[in-house]
Design a protein around this ligand. Structure first.
Ligand code: FES
Length: 153
């Protein structure tokens, strides 16, 4: 199958990889770069477990073709902490106990960071709406919204 070379920045590090043109960003991260923090739930754009930021905007990595990301900056859960200092939203998830199994958490946190950066945090209802692409089967929504609210200030 046709393949292409793509250069992009992942969590601050420039990476150049050759991938089958059909490769999703999620498979690029997990299979080619060994970054398994982004989760594959549905692989069809329905659950949000794969949410990452591309140039600061939220995307479902399972629906994004890797070869279209030439020159972009991708942020995953592995890139949020600064050294051993957790990102404030990661810290808030711990303080609010905003997970049970944790499978959706990386996607929830990246989506929450996007939500805060986009300014969609005026009320719990607004947060719920703008986080509605991220499913939590343990039902931690109330605490997830609290963690986003706490971080947005
Ligand atoms: Fe991408 Fe479910 S794995 S939305």
């Amino acid at each position: 199958p046709p393949s292409s070379r793509v250069s992009l920045t992942v969590n601050g590090t420039r990476r150049t990889v050759t991938v089958d043109n059909r490769t999703s960003l999620l498979d690029l991260l997990r299979e080619h770069l060994g970054l398994t923090g982004s989760k594959k739930g549905c692989n069809a754009g329905a659950c949000g477990a794969c949410t990452v930021l591309v140039d600061g905007r939220r995307v479902n990595a399972c629906l994004t073709l890797a070869v279209r990301l030439e020159g972009t900056e991708v942020t995953t859960i592995e890139g949020l902490a600064e050294g051993d200092q957790l990102h404030p939203l990661q810290q808030a998830f711990i303080e609010q106990d905003a997970f049970q199994c944790g499978y959706c958490t990386p996607g929830q946190i990246l989506s929450g960071v996007g939500c805060i950066q986009e300014g969609h945090t005026g009320s719990p209802e607004e947060i719920r709406e703008w986080m509605s692409g991220n499913i939590c089967r343990c039902g931690c929504y109330v605490k997830i919204v609290r963690a986003v609210e706490q971080t947005a200030g």
